[in-house]
Design a protein around this ligand. Structure first.
Ligand code: AHR
Length: 660
């Protein structure tokens, strides 16, 4: 009898232990999609920070090409064999040209190549590629005997690695543009451009420019192709531009004004980039915005890469951390008019004032702009007061146009609570939430949106990044730990796609020698670029978006950190696929069985994409793909509709299963 009791007890104990060790399957309800996922769901945030535009995607290699920096010869060095006073002078024609007043006058007397020159150092050097064509151009004015300009590409040691001569053809005392192209004979990451002047007379020069041949889509004066390709490879649903804090500016005078960024580049008025002076530990005294890359180019970029454009405009308030300057309410009208005119510029018929400007710039077809942000990280009653005026005017003219409103700088606290309440009471289309937080915050907040009102304002997670160290400092690193916490958090965004309809990591780019903010999604030097682990997480979400959310639960609960697991599922109508995303933030491997309910037939051969690494791993130029996805095949039990996954420590999986 005793033996029977013992055997039964042993059996019960073993069964209980086995049950405790074998977690219940994770269930995916394929039959009843929960909500739609918008094509805009995963997008990108672009700002001219960290040399993102000037010195970044804008492929101009000459720094301070029009001598408009605060120090007019910053970036330039005068080369003289024999010193003569007054040979190189900065002149100002502010009375005639307010946008681009300064130029340089060079006077030579029987000068030979090598006697008098100007060298430009580029943005932390110039990236020069062997065999590539370089297009050198200037605006010039002269009236006497012509002065020749010899352009030389130099390597880091000062050796000539490419040269061409520009012989100005006009001597009528008017401004003209002329160009000469030549090929580089070597590759150099820290190149320079040197100009020698030959002749007898005076030549005035402005807009001294050097572009590589290999710009994005081969557009003259265009964008750096490798960087834009990285964006195109994300297939982003939208592109937010031009920021970020540069929208607000240090003060209102320093705010981003889109109308000053369109038309001929020599008429676009340069301003200081507010990141020039923002961080004492990362000063960037040579950081200005030339606006060679302006709103037309941003709209065109969005079109090129198949994204919705999302411009953010100043709301009549400068950065509240800087000057906190506000425009008086009775002077807000021009700001609102800028917003209305931007919609006309993007979408208006070519017979409208601003539609005509767009057509003259080479794009008669409308850009079909659907949304814009009013304000960046603005807060307080002053913001609400101004926003209401914008909203009324824009909605009166364009009732279906969507507006993105700011919820400030933080995802919680008094300021956030105040704005969230006010904006919801205003029926805001989108509320822009920002979170630069520790990995633990992202993990803890994977369920943040589970309780958000499904019927109220939608959320735009407009700026976020996991910061392994506090602040945007050098000690922050784009580790796998950070990226995995973002992947885990993003399961919560996807699960709540009924509420969160757009999301973008920030900032996008950083130059290794010119950054102010760290971490960033993509790092570049003058020649190359690489994606961080976070880049590949963003890409996995974007390329595996799906069209509808599916419920994915264990014990009837969404996976928001139980056993350090985070998960979401979607259905892709176009390809008839179930897409699972699972992050395992555990230091141990875990096995989970996933039950696909409500599906008739499955293709047993499924695709498994995995990212897995040591939490401290990072990508570098040398090991650009160290933490990046790899693809495998996996077999699904087509009979039981089950798939078993062995989840490696610190891993993120995407599984694509075809239904038949
Ligand atoms: O992404 C960097 C900065 O972070 C943005 O300019 C600003 O909006 C936020 O504070």
């Amino acid at each position: 009898m005793n033996r029977i009791i013992k055997t039964v007890s042993l059996f019960v104990a073993t069964t209980l232990l086995a049950q405790a060790q074998t977690p219940n399957p994770i269930k995916v309800n394929v039959a009843q999609p929960v909500s739609e996922i918008q094509p805009t769901m995963w997008g990108i945030f672009f700002e001219d920070i960290n040399l993102g535009a000037d010195g970044g995607i804008y492929a101009e290699l000459v720094k301070n090409r029009s001598f408009e920096f605060q120090k007019p010869l910053m970036g330039w060095k005068i080369e003289r064999k024999t010193f003569h006073e007054g040979e190189v002078l900065i002149q100002n024609r502010a009375d005639k040209n307010t946008a681009n007043p300064r130029f340089v006058s060079v006077k030579v007397e029987n000068a030979q190549k090598g006697d008098l020159g100007l060298t430009n150092e580029g943005f932390r050097g110039m990236g020069i590629k062997n065999g590539l064509r370089y297009d050198f151009s200037v605006m010039y004015r002269q009236s006497g005997s012509p002065v020749k300009v010899h352009a030389e590409l130099l390597d880091a040691k000062g050796q000539v690695i490419g040269e061409g001569t520009l012989t100005p053809s006009q001597t009528d005392g008017q401004w003209h543009r002329q160009a000469v192209s030549f090929n580089a004979k070597a590759t150099e990451a820290k190149g320079k451009l040197r100009l020698w002047f030959e002749g007898n007379g005076q030549i005035d020069l402005d807009m001294i420019s050097l572009f590589p041949e290999d710009t994005w889509k081969g557009r003259p004066g265009g964008m750096r192709a490798d960087m834009i390709q990285k964006l195109a490879d994300l297939k982003p649903g939208f592109i937010r531009f031009p920021g970020g804090c540069i929208v607000e500016g240090f003060d209102l005078n320093n705010r981003y004004q889109w109308k000053k960024t369109i038309g001929p580049i020599e008429e676009r008025q340069l301003i200081m980039n507010r990141w020039n002076i923002e961080f004492a530990h990362r000063p960037a005294p040579d950081y200005f915005q030339t606006f060679g890359l302006g709103f037309f180019e941003y709209l065109q970029l969005a079109e090129d890469i198949g994204s919705e454009a999302l411009p953010i405009l100043n709301c009549g308030m400068a950065c509240q951390f800087n000057s906190a300057e506000v425009v008086p309410m009775d002077q807000l009208e021009p700001y609102v008019q800028d917003a209305l005119d931007l919609i006309e510029f993007a979408n208006g018929d070519i017979n409208t004032t601003w539609g005509k400007v767009r057509a003259q710039m080479g794009h008669p077809a409308p850009f079909n702009l659907k949304m814009m942000g009013v304000g960046n990280e603005n807060w307080g009653p002053q913001y609400i007061e101004r926003l209401k005026v914008f909203t009324k005017a824009i909605k009166a003219k364009y009732p279906n146009f969507k507006l993105i409103n700011s919820s400030g700088t933080d995802p919680n606290g008094d300021r956030f609570d105040y704005l969230n309440k006010e904006l919801r009471a205003m029926n805001a289309d989108f509320i822009d939430e920002h979170y630069y937080r520790a990995p633990e915050w992202f993990l803890k907040n994977a369920g943040r949106y589970d309780s958000y009102d499904r019927n109220g304002s939608k959320v735009f997670a407009g700026e976020y990044a996991s910061h392994t160290n506090n602040g945007a400092s050098a000690s922050n690193r784009n580790t796998w730990r950070a990226a995995l916490s973002e992947a885990a958090f993003m399961t919560g965004l996807e699960r709540n796609a009924a509420v969160v309809q757009m999301a973008s990591y920030a900032p996008l780019f950083a130059h290794v020698d010119g950054w102010q903010w760290n971490p960033d999604l993509i790092w570049v030097d003058n020649l190359q670029s690489f994606g961080t682990p976070s880049y590949y997480v963003q890409q996995l979400y974007s390329l595996n978006r799906g069209t509808h959310v599916l419920s994915m639960t264990q014990n009837n609960q969404p996976l928001i950190g139980q056993d350090s697991l985070y998960a979401s599922a979607s259905w892709d109508k176009a390809s008839n696929e179930i897409i699972l995303k699972i992050a395992n933030n555990n230091s141990q491997a875990q096995v989970r069985e996933i039950q696909l309910d409500g599906v008739k037939k499955l293709d047993p051969n499924a695709k498994l994409i995995v990212m897995q690494s040591d939490p401290n791993s990072v990508n570098t130029f040398e090991e650009a793909l160290k933490v990046s996805p790899s693809e495998k095949k996996i077999v699904v039990n087509a009979k039981t509709k089950k798939v078993s996954l062995e989840l490696a420590p610190y891993s993120f999986y995407v599984v694509r299963i075809k239904t038949l």
